[in-house]
Design a protein around this ligand. Structure first.
Ligand code: PLP
Length: 292
């Protein structure tokens, strides 16, 4: 239950519907965001709201879609769904999609609809895994062209690949997948950026292949504060195997330790000390327990 912001109005959850001939449902081009609001001493606060809204507009621009609202309105809609649903903390999902006014690949003549929903959502990869780490496998699916060339866009059509990778990982008993690019370099998880730690230095794939994650940016700032060097570079699969620590970052996954990859323990096979430190600073930051 609750309310969803839909094309400028608050509508009851059950009435926030779309037609079966919705263009995006057929051809998969829409843009969206994943945002979180956290409980702070001043009530629920949306973490990095403007950055998420900016990325939504950039995603739309990359895909040639015109969002019929301005940034302020979509910021306000995200605040409103948290407030009007009385959520102390929330996962917020803005989505812009093409309507059911016409079929065929052409979309510039269709109406762009926007919705913003919010609900309570705990740890994406499991509370226990946040302490002890997840087990992952390298996916047999590599990222396709649209992801590799458009890693600054968060678009519905780019996720078929992530879904196949996660489906395969879960079927084989793992928690998450790690996707490689077509040349075999490490890219990211199905919905997370990846970091490894080796000899006190942190490495993460550069943005030629992975999404420009907002959590990634936040964690890199925290590393700078801790004087831990971060190197953005191409990473090979075996570098992950011999890392001291590894972790995923994402709005949904927050900072999730990785304890095993392809049946090999990473470091001590549990959450590493640098990961734990970054995790705790990240949670302090999102909950407004830090000055910066
Ligand atoms: N990579 C992919 C493919 C994602 O879907 C996400 C989730 O948004 C991320 C990385 C992490 O990005 P962010 O930290 O902005 O949520």
């Amino acid at each position: 239950d609750g309310l969803i912001w839909m094309d400028g109005e608050m509508v009851p959850w059950r009435e926030a519907k779309t037609h079966v001939l919705t263009h995006t449902l057929h051809y998969g081009m829409g843009v969206f965001e994943g945002v979180r609001a956290y409980k702070t001493s001043r009530g629920a606060a949306i973490f990095r709201l403007q950055e998420h809204t900016n990325r939504l507009f950039n995603s739309a621009h990359i895909f040639g879609m015109t969002i019929p609202w301005d940034r302020e309105t979509l910021n306000a809609a995200q605040c409103a769904v948290v407030r009007e649903n009385n959520l102390a903390s929330a996962y917020i999902r803005p989505l812009c999609f093409y309507g059911a006014e016409g079929m065929g690949i052409r979309a510039d003549n269709l109406r762009v609809h926007c919705v913003v929903a919010a609900w309570e959502w705990g740890s994406y990869l499991g509370e226990d895994n946040m302490k002890h780490g997840i087990r992952i496998r390298v996916s047999s699916y590599t990222r396709h062209h649209v992801n590799v060339t458009m890693c600054r866009a968060k678009a519905t059509g780019s996720y078929a690949n992530s879904m196949l990778a996660l489906q395969e990982a879960v079927r084989d008993g793992y928690d998450e997948a790690l996707l490689l690019d077509a040349s075999g370099y490490v890219m990211e998880g199905s919905g997370e950026n990846v970091f490894i730690v080796r000899d006190g230095v942190i490495y993460t794939p550069d943005l030629t292949s992975a999404l420009d994650g907002i959590t990634r940016r936040t964690v890199m700032t925290l590393c700078a504060e801790l004087d831990i060097p971060v190197v953005e570079k191409r990473i090979t699969r075996d570098e992950v195997y011999i890392a001291d620590e590894a972790f995923f970052t994402g709005t949904a996954a927050e900072v999730t330790p990785i304890r095993e990859i392809d049946g090999r323990a990473i470091g001590s096979g549990t959450r590493g000390p640098i990961t734990e430190r970054l995790q705790s600073l990240y949670f302090d930051q999102v909950h407004g327990r830090r000055d910066r």
